[in-house]
Design a protein around this ligand. Structure first.
Ligand code: NAP
Ligand code: ZN
Length: 356
């Protein structure tokens, strides 16, 4: 029996998201059927809806920060049972045989992971689906290997954005060995940025936020930042030169990065997380003169995502959220475009009725 699913979908790049119905597959032997309670709103959702990255196929149901409760499981599923609190992030499958998958870095799967929304959906044929559809919906069916356990101490609404914003910032902080004594800067205090601040602080780093205005200064300090710089303040930027071991760049739009490279200490790295599609000019001299690096990082693997959720539970960390009803999503997108996010919108899927 297909699972009737209610959702919010975009039908074109310039059309507002609107109520949409479709079918999910009934759980197969390895599947977990989930009742979605909350879904975070990532800036990537907006990029895909607006077709910023090209290739969006409509209608599209965005959402890859999914928190909910298990409704049913297939015969081979032993790790989850009905009623468990679970999450789903940016991927729902991968080839499982390439070197990346075998190393638990499924996000770098050589033939390509199956993204939670917008990917070809080989398992959707039985219910007439050709592409995967995401978490702005009340139901999802996912292979057990791509389902995360949400620790009991984390509220489902504030945990939902950890499934993308949390892991996307946790992974580079771990990869670049952040710990006590590290000096970390975070550019952009949005959904990703605010979790980068909290996580780096919890790992023992001294954290600096670089923001476009002073509007978020008090919040940054509350989250654990010791310093706060406005990135158009040339004198402050100069004074902070050669300081940071790691810069987490979360800016969601084309921006100037050359001046930020000068903030890196010798051997420092700037990790690009934002999905900016235009080239960002950098100059060789500031890089080679201090052996600096510019790198990228994409979400994180399933094992590391569970590790991040457990780390957040141990340290009492979750996201700062503004819970909205599904029919407020277009307004939330408009605010996100103005960087007016404190610090993640989370859709309450229990309020889908309001939109019917
Ligand atoms: P967000 O909540 O909208 O935050 C982005 C922040 O960037 C804004 O709050 C703002 O911070 C700053 N910003 C925006 N426009 C700017 C501009 N023109 N110049 C300078 N700063 C600007 O977005 P998010 O959800 O955190 O996502 C950030 C980016 O990461 C997006 O491009 C998203 O698609 C991407 N992403 C990548 C991955 C990955 O795996 N690599 C995963 C998830 C998301 P201030 O107000 O502090 O200036
Ligand atoms: Zn995301």
């Amino acid at each position: 029996m297909p699972i009737a699913t209610r959702a919010f979908a975009a039908t074109a790049a310039d059309a507002p998201l609107a109520p949409y119905g479709f079918n999910r597959r009934d759980p197969g032997p390895d599947d977990v059927a989930i009742e979605i309670k909350f879904c975070g709103v990532c800036h990537s959702d907006l990029h895909v809806v607006k077709n910023d990255l090209g290739g969006t196929r409509y209608p599209i149901v965005p959402g890859h920060e999914i928190a909910g409760v298990v409704a049913a499981v297939g015969a081979n599923v032993t790790r989850f049972k009905a009623g468990d609190r679970v999450g789903v992030g940016c991927m729902v499958d991968s080839c499982r045989t390439c070197a990346a998958c075998l190393e638990g870095e499924e996000q770098y799967c050589a033939p390509g992971m199956t993204q939670t929304y917008g990917s070809a959906d080989p398992k959707g044929a039985e219910v007439g689906q050709t592409i995967t559809q995401g978490g702005y919906s009340d139901r999802i069916t996912v292979d057990q290997n791509y389902v995360l356990r949400i620790p009991d101490s984390l509220p489902l609404d504030a945990a939902a954005p950890l499934l993308c914003a949390g892991i996307t910032t946790y992974s580079p902080l771990k990869e670049w060995g952040v710990g006590p004594g590290s000096k970390v800067a975070v550019i952009g205090l949005g959904g990703l940025g605010h979790m980068a601040v909290k996580l780096a602080h919890a790992m023992g780093a001294e954290v600096t936020v670089l923001s476009t205005s002073d509007r978020k200064k008090a919040d940054a300090e509350r989250m654990g930042a010791k310093h706060f710089l406005i990135n158009s303040d040339k004198a402050a930027m100069k004074a902070a030169g050669e300081t940071f071991d790691l810069i987490i760049n979360t800016v969601s739009a084309t921006h100037e990065i050359a001046s930020h490279v000068n903030l890196l200490a010798r051997d420092g790295t700037m990790v690009m997380l934002g999905l900016t599609t235009e080239g960002l000019p950098v100059y060789a001299m500031p890089l080679l003169w201090r052996r600096r690096r510019i790198a990228g990082s994409l979400i994180g693997g399933i094992r590391e995502t569970q590790e991040m959720l457990n780390f957040c539970a141990e340290h009492g960390l979750a996201c700062d959220i503004e819970v909205i009803a599904p029919d407020q999503i277009n307004e939330a997108y408009a605010r996100m475009e103005k960087s007016d996010v404190r610090y993640r919108f989370v859709i309450d899927m229990g309020r889908l009725d309001r939109a019917a």
